[in-house]
Design a protein around this ligand. Structure first.
Ligand SMILES: CC(C)(COP(=O)(O)OP(=O)(O)OC[C@H]1O[C@@H](n2cnc3c(N)ncnc32)[C@H](O)[C@@H]1OP(=O)(O)O)[C@@H](O)C(=O)NCCC(=O)NCCS
Length: 392
């Protein structure tokens, strides 16, 4: 198989559902912008070179439906020949899209493919607009539909992750993110045009555009006392709160994947090789344990050892599950989510896999780390993990 090179990996800011900067920005606009930016930021690449665009989206309906991969490619001005698809594996959708794009290149079927992700949790709610679980299957397999918050409570209860430890993890996420934001370390973030409707003197609304250049979910003023004061959201005597859960967020991200031939032809300096990707199933009612199984499977597949990995991006769907996985795998906390995670920065479902790829590669570059792993848990009971190798 050939190598698949990631030459550009970028993201929009992540902005809070309903309350954040992208609440009036259509998801198609976020995605078409980041796709165009990815091409513009890649030396000598033209839109006509891109053969296909694969976009992860967890709830691909309404404004982000109708095969958003194709719609956004047309909106972004790619030529008619550039095809587009939507990919769904819930929380790993964006990573799945990057893996599929990479496989196309590795198999020799394509020279340049974009893998990315999108979710506007403002426009399309988690669960979709009209969830319709199968009525007969509900009697025997209702677990597969378990609410994500309940799965987080289950992990906390079954594996003894205390409220105090969850809050401490959440606090660290906020502090790391606050520092990264202050020091301008989110090099992968592209300031993104956003829409707002401003009320005029005559009562009408005028559409305006502004540039959003930061993740607006970060709470710099978070304290342990403040977190301890929050009430559990998913169970009366539970431990999972708004403070130690991932935030619901709007955002988009994209990665450009190229063959070695194309890298040489364009004279591009690649960022990283996409080495391995794997997924695994686990019990749906404790889906958060996914990375605990996906990461060892990835290590076995790649013939590598956890101690060879310099940095991890493990999605913080909830502090309870992220902490459980880190503990079970015996990982060094200093290597995990060094610029904060989804508790501070948000988890725009289908975008997250592509967003974390951009963050991981940027961090690997900043710290000259050879091998990095991205992993997440997935609704319905799964884990995904990918291995990236920094290019010299
Ligand atoms: C937990 C959840 C229901 C909370 O939703 P929400 O109430 O809209 O959450 P918000 O972020 O708006 O926070 C609500 C309040 O909690 C408090 N709060 C949140 N984070 C806090 C912090 N770090 N410190 C102190 N207070 C905090 C604030 O009072 C906040 O209100 P404000 O925004 O007006 O200041 C929601 O974030 C959720 O479902 N998250 C998980 C999403 C999910 O399942 N994703 C898929 C995973 S697989």
């Amino acid at each position: 198989m050939r190598d698949a090179y990631i030459v550009t990996s970028i993201r929009t800011p992540g902005c809070r559902r309903n309350k954040g900067a992208f609440r009036d920005t259509r998801p198609e606009d976020l995605l078409s912008f980041i796709l165009s930016q990815a091409v513009e930021k890649t030396q000598n690449l033209e839109k006509k070179d891109v053969e296909d665009i694969m976009i992860g989206c967890s709830f691909p309906e309404a404004e982000q439906g109708l095969n958003i991969g194709r719609v956004a490619s047309r909106m972004a001005g790619f030529p008619i020949e550039t095809s587009g698809a939507t990919v769904n594996r819930f929380c790993s959708s964006g990573l799945e899209a990057i893996a599929l794009a990479s496989l196309r290149v590795m198999a020799g079927w394509s020279e340049v493919v974009i893998g990315g992700g999108l979710e506007s949790m403002t426009y399309v709610p988690m669960g979709g607009n009209l969830p319709r679980p199968h009525p007969d299957f509900m009697r025997q397999g209702a677990q597969v539909y378990t609410s994500m918050g309940v799965t987080a409570e289950n992990v906390a209860n079954r594996y003894g992750v205390s409220r105090q430890d969850q809050d401490e993890f959440a606090y660290q996420s906020q502090m790391k993110a606050a520092e990264a934001k202050k020091k301008g370390l989110y090099k992968e973030l592209v300031p993104t045009p956003a829409t707002r409707f401003v009320k005029q003197a005559d009562g009408t609304f005028k559409k305006e555009t502004f540039l959003q250049d930061f993740d607006d979910g970060i709470r710099e003023n978070t304290t342990m006392e403040g977190l301890a004061g929050l009430r559990p959201v998913f169970a009366a005597n539970g431990s999972v709160t708004a403070g130690n859960s991932s935030q619901m967020t709007d955002g988009a991200a994209a990665a450009i994947i190229m063959s070695e031939d194309k890298v040489k032809e364009l004279g591009v300096k690649p960022l990283a090789r996409f080495r391995y990707y794997t997924t695994i199933g686990c019990q749906p009612d404790e889906m958060g344990v996914g990375p605990r199984y996906a990461i060892p499977k990835l290590m076995k597949l790649s013939g590598m050892d956890l101690k060879d990995i310099g940095l991890f991006e493990i999605n913080e769907a909830f502090a309870s599950q992220a902490l459980y996985c880190v503990r079970e795998l015996g990982l060094d906390m200093d290597k995990i989510n060094i610029h904060g995670g989804a508790i501070a920065l948000g988890h725009p479902l289908g975008c997250t896999g592509a967003k974390l790829c951009a963050t991981l590669l940027s961090n690997m570059q900043q710290h000259n780390v050879k091998y990095g792993v991205e992993s997440m848990c997935i609704g319905g009971g799964m884990g995904a993990a990918a291995l990236f190798e920094l290019c010299d």
